[in-house]
Design a protein around this ligand. Sequence first.
Ligand SMILES: Nc1nc2c(ncn2[C@@H]2O[C@H](COP(=O)(O)OP(=O)(O)OP(=O)(O)O)[C@@H](O)[C@H]2O)c(=O)[nH]1
Length: 390
Amino acid sequence: MVLAQLGGSISRAIQQMSNATIIDEKVLNECLNEITRALLQADVQFKLVREMQTNIKKIVNLDDLAAGHNKRRIIQQAIFNELCKILDPGKPSFTPKKGKPSVIMFVGLQGSGKTTTCTKYAYYHQKKGWKPALVCADTFRAGAFDQLKQNATKAKIPFYGSYTESDPVRIAVEGVETFKKENCDLIIVDTSGRHKQEAALFEEMRQVSEATNPDLVIFVMDSSIGQAAFDQAQAFKQSVSVGAVIVTKMDGHAKGGGALSAVAATKSPVIFIGTGEHMDEFEVFDVKPFVSRLLGMGDWSGFMDKIHEVVPMDQQPELLQKLSEGNFTLRIMYEQFQNILKMGPIGQVFSMLPGFSSELMPKGREKESQAKIKRYMTMMDSMTNEVLCS
Ligand SMILES: Nc1nc2c(ncn2[C@@H]2O[C@H](COP(=O)(O)OP(=O)(O)OP(=O)(O)O)[C@@H](O)[C@H]2O)c(=O)[nH]1
């Protein structure tokens, strides 16, 4: 997973510090230097890393911490808070309201995944009862309209675009008007990919924004973006009022630190992440559970939600009752193994438990573990049948 290596390095630095008998200035500095190195290696912008280090040092004043204070926990919490601060500027993004038309404009660098993400965003809301529509204002890339049309048709979402009109402003305005008349409540405008060096394309984006007056501009960013991330993201923010970020390709193995910098540059929250090429590989983004899992600190609330999702409500009290009576049968064990498999990729589930960073369960090994559990299941299946039949 993206950023897994960074998470692993930070966790190791904290662990090494914990192993020290006394946590003094020297030990803290060593830990922070290690974290700084990891962040820089992962492509996080230098200025951001410096700021983070200064803030942590300000918060963790070892002289002021009375004996008996759990210094390790305080330092770990400070690192956690600083990473959260990068990903969440503290002000929520505009939230569209069902039944009331909202215009959402997608912008970003070339190939960042805008068109794919527009459809994912529309599909996600459509499943929740919204009436979304897609407008293709990308007249720059040949094939952009065809791609959007194909995605929209597959998801049964209405779309608007043109093969002949070359003015994206005109298409965007016409599309938005059309879908407002059709009472669509989420009108999504896809725009061309561009870099800050392309002044004319930036001016064009500004014009589309001015003409359609979007309620929210979403900056779509590829997680593998490197050192140039901060400046590019800042240029977008200065041209149009970016209000939220979606980070794509989180299923890859990119270093991901550039993405952290770019998020900081937009001063806007990450609202979703893309985790694959398919329409439903799209997740709501929550900062705290994400950073918690990244640092191997677990995500108990996410884990409990998963359990509630897979163990049917009516079976939960019965299961607890049996367990409290020490009544743990082969049948219960079998059913619980089945439930674990329903919880999704095993790596994702493990990363919710404290002590497991996603680096410890890389993608390749997830399949291996899932296969092992499946083999246990088959074994358990025949054992259960044998016991029940005898
Ligand atoms: N693995 C993975 N691939 C993705 C994800 N999101 C998009 N892609 C792929 O990234 C490539 C580029 O996506 P597009 O949606 O065409 O990107 P774009 O930003 O619209 O491209 P331009 O219009 O040229 O700027 C495609 O091959 C997508 O399938 C993701 O979350 N994970």
